[in-house]
Design a protein around this ligand. Sequence first.
Ligand code: ZN
Length: 449
Amino acid sequence: MFSMQKTDKPSTSGYKLKLKYQYLVAPLTLATTLILGSNLPAAALKINLTYGASVTEEQKEAAELAALIWEHYITDDITVNIHMDMSELRWGKMGTAIPNLRNNINYDQFRIAAEEEAKLAGQNTYFLPTAINPEYSLASGYKAIYKDVNRTTLEANYSEMLITSANAKALGFNFDSRSVLHGYIQLNSRYNWSYKYAQGTVDKNKFDFTSVVIHEIGHNLGFISGIDSIVGDAKPSTLDMFRCSDYSAKLGTIDFSVDSHRRYFSIDGCQTVFNLTETEQTTNKKGNIIDQTMTYEALFARGLNTRLGGDGVQASHWTDQNPDTGIMNPLLSTNTIRRITGVDLTAMDYIGYDVDLKKYYKTDDNGDYILDSKGNKIVKQLDLASLQSQAVKQAGGDNYRPEYSPDGDNGNETEVETFMYESGIYYSWWGGGEECDPSDPDYPDCTFW
Ligand SMILES: [Zn+2]
């Protein structure tokens, strides 16, 4: 048995939010540059999935679709290698993600790269935390609230941070690893899965496979919190740089502690909770277009430690609320399809990815956003039929790598084991919750992912 099974943590609960975009319009000069560059091949993310022996052709197709959906929105010209297995995980755990990560990345390295990326995207570049003492802000550093062993809230200066290798690659960092992989995904073979994401349906009383893979890829890309580390010495992650509480806002810090007060995603130095309103359009049977406008408020889950006031859900998620904030919600029910929302994409954008929102919202021939009658951007429907046919093609490619899968043999490290050992905090992973049987009426909400 693979040793990490003993230390895996329960996971995540849910979250959700509504949003309002605060992106600045790019100046004309920037637009001109973009037009000049349009003859170049378009930069694109490539998520290269490999599979262990337990993954069926149908599952590969559903997973390739998940990868293609992320690739559709993210334009960093990088390749991210993720290995996938079907495994008998505990009841209650839909899937897990184990990113290749490092806990000792110099904060200034991140800040400089992230601010550069933000500048190119025409965004606010003064959104990152700084140190308590002025002298720290000259060197590497930022301040955060944390809790000591007596549960007292303290402020501390950090000079290092946690980052996944895919996230680092998007920011242009050097991230040495002996493994070719950027992450690992397992889906639970105990569950009944449905594979109809492209048709927009789910088989009755089954879980949607593609939704779960999109979610687990999201963790590997970098949607994680250092709060979820079992060993306790994990530093704040790139996503934690935007993790705030009302209390931390007063102190001008990010909040890396667990308690019962709300935690929120903020892109203005904790001053406001990020929120977004967007409209989805569907056509009814009479052929009329129906607008469904959703407002998402970007709250984070508060962590597994309920004694400290956590909500019993891994902090590496949005909080579970209605409507669901996005694909990084901590809970999934049967008969449910989840999609990536503008909130998910905003978080990815701020941790360092290049996100093309014009692939996500409807635009006119000039490339300007089309707005609904209330001035909200309108979500563009994915061409799922074409993505699905591409997924089927990719699933049949050269992707069978059972030798990458963990085998628990210390004398012969596999690719997955190599990066888990290298990370030093490899027993921290994402996905899962208390062991529970979802058919048990006492545990109706026990489906973590
Ligand atoms: Zn998760």
